[in-house]
Ligand binder design. Sequence first.
Ligand code: P6P
Length: 337
Amino acid sequence: HQADAQRTDLMTITRFVLNEQSKHPEARGDLTILLSHIVLGCKFVCSAVNKAGLAKLIGLAGETNVQGEEQKKLDVLSNDVFVKALSSSGRTNVLVSEELEEAIFVEASHRGKYCVVFDPLDGSSNIDCGVSIGTIFGIFLLDHDNAGSNDDVLKPGSEMVAAGYCMYGSSCTLVFSTGSGVNGFTLDPSLGEFILTHPDIKIPKKGKIYSVNEGNAKNWDEPTRLYVENAKFPKDDSSPKSLRYIGSMVADVHRTLLYGGIFMYPADKKSPFGKLRVLYEVFPMSYLVEQAGGQAFTGKERALDLVPKHLHERSPIFLGSYDDVEEIKKLYSATIA
Ligand code: P6P
């Protein structure tokens, strides 16, 4: 009977977000409406990614599919979907996408009070081999309702009011936070609804996994080298950590949130600012990890304290279990001191 009750008492993402809104009586529901448009975009991309393998959607723009239609590359298609969903919501003013060199400034008739920074399909180089990929987004609240500018998003990640990702893998999982904890929802394709499956995600205080591209080891700086060395050959008699690296940030961060451990994309001689982008990769993932009780560090400072100067600026990132990141912070401060 209890199971039956649970089955019929569906906590959909829509219901969850409305519950959250009801905790803020002054809210007019703009963030609720914005999030519902992001959810719509995720459902569309989930469907397109799942069909890709069958309908030969994969591959470069300009190729034709079995119907002989010209196909957009999945990340171009995903970008178009999110730009349209976000600008038509009437709740956004500035949009920054990994796919677009310049920001989009929504015209006055559809202008809202939020800025959204997003990577519509992160890890898209992994599509052809079936590795999980994802959409990553972050939301800033504007303090004016005039025409937007880049300055509206070149601010510290700590000013984000919400962030999340949607992972397109064996199932479609949307994980997000509006500042009071992290919750995960799984798409039930038979209902077309995201259902709460991971309530109040808390990252383990310490993990047994380190996640980094060991292929860059030749170029690492000393603190990263020492940290990885100790993970593999612990000085005390503890057991070595396991290495898990998928090479798709959404998948690596999702695993880190659920299982604990540390995810790293350090700076190295080849890329002095690392590879991952501040606004729509580092900030949203750092926001989520902190909301789940972990921490995120750049090698110099708390990741959310960074103030980017350019839209597509990169930063090194070490994020995950509180104690694991604490270890890398000690190694870096030893070199700065
Ligand atoms: P590397 C995917 O291309 C991506 O942008 C992130 O999703 C991922 O974490 C990283 O790059 C992987 O980079 O250099 O290890 O292949």
